[in-house]
Write a protein that binds this ligand. Structure first.
Ligand SMILES: [Fe+2]
Length: 115
């Protein structure tokens, strides 16, 4: 976690050893809940992880996205100062998740073009 002047960035490990898809462990969800609870409501919290938790309508990428996202969406519903989600993995796109912006970083070498 990075706590700056008027901003918190919560970095979550969405990797699953031996797998290409992502998942936030229950312990990670509990940790993130604690970070959000401990952060004053007027301070925005950016939540970052590698795997985007939504389908991006590209079959290969959608098969290795972050699963179990309903727990994260429920968490977001309890913490309105969770302001934005940041991800990588898919090398493209900006969309929304749980009513917040979800920014998926483009690749440095390759960028996936959405259909
Ligand atoms: Fe990846």
């Amino acid at each position: 976690m990075l706590r700056g002047e008027g901003l918190v960035i919560a970095l979550c490990d969405s990797s699953v050893p031996g797998k290409d898809e992502g998942f936030l462990a229950d312990a990670t969800i509990e940790w993130l809940d604690g970070v959000l609870t401990a952060t004053p409501r007027e301070v925005p919290v950016l939540v970052a992880f590698h795997h985007p938790p939504v389908p991006l309508h590209t079959p290969y990428v959608d098969g290795i996205r972050q699963f179990g996202e309903e727990r994260l969406a429920a968490l977001a519903g309890r913490h309105p100062h969770l302001t934005v989600f940041l991800a990588g993995h898919a090398h493209t796109a900006a969309t929304t998740f749980a009513g917040r912006p979800l920014l998926v970083a483009p690749g440095v070498v390759s960028t996936l073009r959405l259909s």
